[in-house]
Unconditional design. Structure first.
Length: 91
């Protein structure tokens, strides 16, 4: 599986605090481990198909990561809150 971090993802994380950046990093690592079969989806994490190839993984209610998942390619698109994800998908 190939993983790619889009420039939109990097920009969305730029304004986060160092603690939030660490949470995003850990959530990305968890997702990679889940998709590669190294671990199962644990309690507290949510994985949801939003539309066609767009998926969301979340930790708790606040932090969400939007990614595009195709057969063997995952693109991390955006990190943020629920409203930011909705706004991005409306475009």
């Amino acid at each position: 599986m190939k993983y790619e971090f889009k420039s939109s993802f990097d920009k969305s994380v730029k304004s986060f605090s160092s603690g939030e950046k660490q949470e995003v990093k850990e959530l990305c690592i968890d997702l990679i481990d889940i998709l590669s079969g190294k671990q199962e989806l644990s309690v507290g994490l949510g994985l949801k198909n939003l539309r066609k190839n767009f998926w969301e993984i979340r930790k708790g209610l606040k932090l969400r990561i939007l990614f595009r998942w195709r057969t063997d390619h995952v693109e991390f698109v955006l990190a943020g809150i629920h409203e930011e994800i909705k706004r991005y998908l409306k475009r």
